[in-house]
Design a protein around this ligand. Sequence first.
Ligand code: SF4
Length: 446
Amino acid sequence: MTSAATVAFVHHGCPKNLVDAEVMGGILHEAGYQVIDDPDCSDVVIINTCGFIEDAKKESLDEIFLHLQTRSSHLVVSGCLAQRYADELRREIPELRALIGVDQIDQIAEAVRQVTGGDTYIPEPSASSPQPYDASRRFRSTPRHFGYVRIAQGCSRTCSFCAIPLIRGPYRSKDPELVRSEVEALVHDGAREVVLIAQDTTEYGADGREYPRLPELLESLSSAHPKTWFRLMYAHPDGITSELLQVISDRDNVCSYLDIPLQHVSPPVLRRMGRRGDPRRVQSLLEWIRREVPDVSIRTSLIVGHPGEGSEEFDELLGFVRRAPIDHTGIFSFSREEGTRAAEMPDQVSGSERRSRYNRLRQAAERQSREVKQRLVGRVLPALVDGHEDGSWLARHHGQAPEIDGYIYLPDGALEQGQRVQVEITGADAVDLWGALCDEERNKSP
Ligand code: SF4
């Protein structure tokens, strides 16, 4: 096989993993490979796996077995699962010929070269976590009008349930010059929205380097690109400062949006999780954010069934979800991850109890989200056209992050992907909104 071989990615996991896949795509492209969308038609398939929680691991493993049936000799497994379980994968699936962990993505072209030559490529794990890489020459997989910029790697917090620090190492902020050049490259390539991501974006610059902190970084990026929306994801509740809220509130092109993974609100559960807080503190945090950024939309994620969550603690969480004005809530059932402190804790919650609590919490969160979204009906909001589906245009306003927070459905008409429009909200359910273009928009050509 020559260097004109085609390579396709099968992606699993979060946007952080997606950026890794895009960077690997860029490396392969520069090495002369042709990166294509369709794994059924490519010479080599790279499965970029997720190893975060049980369900995600199972999905990634199912994908590996599916592709092994047809491609065992031209398959590369990369991503979190390959990093976390390299030895187990090698032992249990001897047909696997190439494994690339998250610390080894710079070796992807060599891995592809070896498997296409009939060889095996499973490098030894790196002795230390490498510094964040330059992602400005990536092979984009999101639509042109938005893109992700990962501002840091790893996490140095010690949440008892979380395997991320075991997989991705300690927190390392990316050099701000690299962040600037990645944003520059995305904007140059047509991005009208840049989403800043990390395991915890609020820790940016706090890891002993002479880098700006997050508010300063956000301020400088949004000033340099005044026509681009900037959105912040994964903001740890302890890292939200008045300086950060000030930048979000002052700058029109910083989305009035905060994604704050609260995980729980009951003090005994939070202590076991290695986190701080109680319902009153969370309530005042949310009220403070809404005072400082009046139009803010808030996303959170919660875990049900952490060890030590009795019915009283669960009821406290349920009561909070029923009251809190949160726009989007992601709910996860606790997953017992080997190597984490929570996996070894006493008072584990049974699987059936976790499922039942998950369903009750999800229903409460849906009711609450519907109510919060109903408050937008009648408002006129700027929106970005995201795509077209089944005869409707899909758009998003400041309060909806790409790929997770639902859409505004608009009637068919002369719009185009990436266009900015003014939309009047006419309806809402728990996830999505419906809208109509404002009059002057209807008369504009795209
Ligand atoms: S802050 Fe997030 S990524 Fe870091 S340990 Fe806690 S849950 Fe995991």
